[in-house]
Design a protein around this ligand. Structure first.
Ligand SMILES: *Cc1c(COP(=O)(O)O)cnc(C)c1O
Length: 386
């Protein structure tokens, strides 16, 4: 990939890579190529290599070029959702009989996909505590292991996993090392720089950043797996639509400033909730008391906008908190400019109830937005006492 901005800093690349102005009109923003097909100059005479929208579209290329630059990869592929991206990756990298080792606190939908969809096609999995490196080594020794799936910080307890150590263990076992970087975003953490092979994103979250589009992406350290995944993207067809790709690019332009503000606001809320009489524990990597604080400080450039709170009054108190906020809106998802609150055990993590991945029922999760911090603080303080 060649681009005039490849040597620039992160915030500059977020605004300019893949975003050259339109040469025919001078429009500073490249248009949305809302088209299904491309006229050929004689049979096979393609302008710019585009033939049919499932195989490629310039708006999608713009997003893919941008994501590859921000994560430091050789190539990125953009999909209709985060789970569509994950599905394409697993089918590109594995064959029936292979085994995946995944964190026991990965996104519930990831576990559901691997367990129920790929499981039915002969892919086996083991969930493990990624903080327990001996347990990870043992799980990786399972015959047929071809993939290690990491998510850090994880959801909803914000556990931080040691990327460098896990990459080493995964590679020693001959596994492809995948990192779901949705929570940190490339503005705060770049897993490929720790040796990971693939980064997965739900671009629905911080990358899009405005709660107006569902999307996913894969970013690759090497060409070989990227080729295989691109074939699945083309042949199975879960591509992102041009408007969705355009909205995601538009969101990414402000990623750097948004992540700084998300982190500042979340830090302030975490500090305000620590020691509150109704609160048993606050899970936020920016708190010095968080078990992953040192590691997060070393491998991330900010602590992010996600935090969870354990209420001392149990499930009733947690439900009341989640239903009593004014600025924080009760909804699934995360990573948008607007603050959201969720009750994981019945919302985002309902699919893992009764499994080893179950989330305690006194936990409330906050996706801290970029509103005025005083309003957010007042909101959580009135709700936690509700
Ligand atoms: C939301 C999410 C996904 C799934 O992405 P979709 O865009 O909803 O398909 C995967 N991983 C994490 C960490 C997520 O938060």
């Amino acid at each position: 990939m060649t681009d005039a901005h490849n040597a620039d800093g992160f915030a500059t690349r977020a605004i300019h890579v893949g975003q050259e102005f339109d040469p025919t009109t001078g429009a500073i923003i490249p248009p949305i190529y809302q088209t299904s097909t491309f006229v050929q100059d004689g049979i096979g005479g393609l302008r710019g290599g585009y033939e049919y929208g499932r195989a490629g579209n310039p708006t999608r290329t713009a997003l893919e070029t941008l994501l590859a630059s921000l994560e430091g990869g050789v190539r990125a592929l953009s999909f209709a959702s985060g789970l569509a991206a994950e599905d394409a990756l697993i089918r590109a990298a594995l064959t029936p009989g292979d085994h995946i080792v995944l964190g026991n606190d990965v996104y519930g939908g990831t576990h559901r996909l691997i367990e129920r969809i790929h499981g039915a096609w002969g892919i086996r999995n083991t969930t493990v505590d990624l903080a327990d490196l001996d347990a990870v080594r043992t799980a990786l020794a399972t015959e047929g292991t071809r993939m290690l799936w990491i998510e850090t910080p994880s959801n909803p307890l914000m556990k931080v996993s040691d990327l460098a150590a896990l990459v080493t263990l995964g590679h020693e076992a001959g596994a492809v090392v995948v990192v779901d970087n949705t929570f940190a975003s490339p503005a705060l953490q770049q897993p490929l720089s720790f040796g990971a092979d693939v980064v997965v994103h739900s671009t629905t979250k911080y990358l899009g950043g405005h709660s107006d589009v569902i999307g996913g992406a894969l970013v690759f350290a090497g060409e070989e797996l990227a080729e295989k995944a691109q074939f699945i993207q083309f042949a199975a067809g879960a591509v992102s639509a041009p408007l969705d790709a355009w909205l995601t690019v538009r969101g990414i332009k402000t990623l750097d400033v948004r992540m700084k503000r998300h982190s500042e606001n979340a830090q302030a809320i975490a500090e305000a909730l620590v020691g509150h009489p109704g609160v048993d524990a606050v899970y936020y990597p920016g708190l010095p008391t968080h078990p992953g604080h040192e590691l997060a400080a070393a491998q991330m450039s900010g602590f992010g906008g996600m935090l969870s709170v354990a209420l001392s009054g149990g499930a009733p108190a947690a439900r009341r908190f989640a239903e009593s906020t004014r600025v924080f809106q009760l909804a699934e998802s995360l990573g948008g400019v607007e603050s959201l609150i969720g009750y994981p055990s019945e919302m985002t993590h309902a699919s893992v109830r009764g499994t080893a991945l179950e989330v305690p029922d006194n936990i409330v999760r906050l996706s801290v937005g970029i509103e005025d911090v005083a309003d957010l603080l007042a909101d959580v303080e009135q709700a936690v006492g509700a």
